[in-house]
Write a protein that binds this ligand. Structure first.
Ligand code: MG
Length: 257
């Protein structure tokens, strides 16, 4: 069932998602050549706990980290590791969230280590822009498919592909709630958006083919063809006056949809 949040619950969602966004930003700011993904994970976990919240990814379905940190051809669910060392020119997708007062935050961003090649930069730019277009379609009265279509059509116009195997989701008392929010689909289809719904919109975009595979560790998801992948995510509240981006703080002060 899709949970509709009341005013008090929305306040809690605002608070926990602000912490999630600040933690993601702190993780991104820590990126430099030579750092390991385990060290980035520790910075994020410490940040979340310092702000009185818990890292909601830790232990969820048995995941060992506080953040999923996915480098280059890793799409999502990269396990933080002392063996994964960031190098100049890498792109690093960090997905993390917090839990506070019984409610969850969730967001992701792909960061660059130093200067990356033009194609990697374009992949990140297109993925982020597709997220913003998806959010703009998150209007009360629209349907989930309007978001899906906005993301997919922009990504494909730009020559990239959207991952099918994993999708966005509702967020609230559980990190993953109904409805599913696919990054592909037709406009006018799927559940209708109503004020008080909170959804995580999270395009995962591959440079080449959309096919992905899960490694034998049971978590790490990579592109099948070795192409790069990017991932951007916001938790969004549907309001009568348009989408409210609850995790907007990692975008910077000049953020406009
Ligand atoms: Mg998510």
């Amino acid at each position: 069932m899709i949970q509709i949040k009341n005013a008090a619950e929305i306040e809690k969602m605002r608070r926990v998602n602000a912490i999630s966004a600040a933690a993601l930003k702190a993780g991104g700011e820590a990126i430099e050549a030579g750092i390991t993904t385990a060290e980035i994970d520790k910075i994020i976990e410490d940040f979340i706990r310092r702000h009185g919240a818990k890292p909601n990814f830790k232990g969820l379905y048995g995941f060992p980290g506080s953040a999923c940190i996915s480098v280059n051809d890793t799409v999502i669910h990269g396990i933080p590791s002392r063996k994964i060392v960031i190098r100049p020119g890498d792109i690093i997708s960090i997905d993390t969230g917090a839990k506070l007062d019984g409610f969850n935050g969730d967001n992701a961003c792909t960061f660059a280590c130093g200067k990356v090649d033009m194609e990697a930069q374009r992949l990140m730019d297109v993925t982020k822009a597709s997220l913003h277009l998806g959010i703009k379609a998150a209007l009360a009265g629209n349907r989930i498919g309007d978001i899906s279509h906005a993301v997919q059509s922009y990504v494909e116009e730009n020559g990239f592909s959207v991952v099918r195997t994993f999708v966005g989701h509702g967020v609230g008392k559980e990190l993953h709630e109904e409805p599913e929010v696919p990054n592909f689909g037709n406009p006018g289809r799927g559940p209708r958006l109503v004020p008080g719904m909170c959804i995580a919109i999270e395009p995962m975009v591959n440079q080449k083919h959309h096919a992905v595979k899960t490694l034998s560790d049971g978590w790490t998801v990579k592109t099948c063809d070795g192409g790069l992948s990017a991932h951007f995510e916001h938790t969004v509240l549907i309001t009568p006056n348009g989408p409210e981006v609850l995790t907007r703080d990692w975008e910077g002060a000049d953020f406009r949809l």
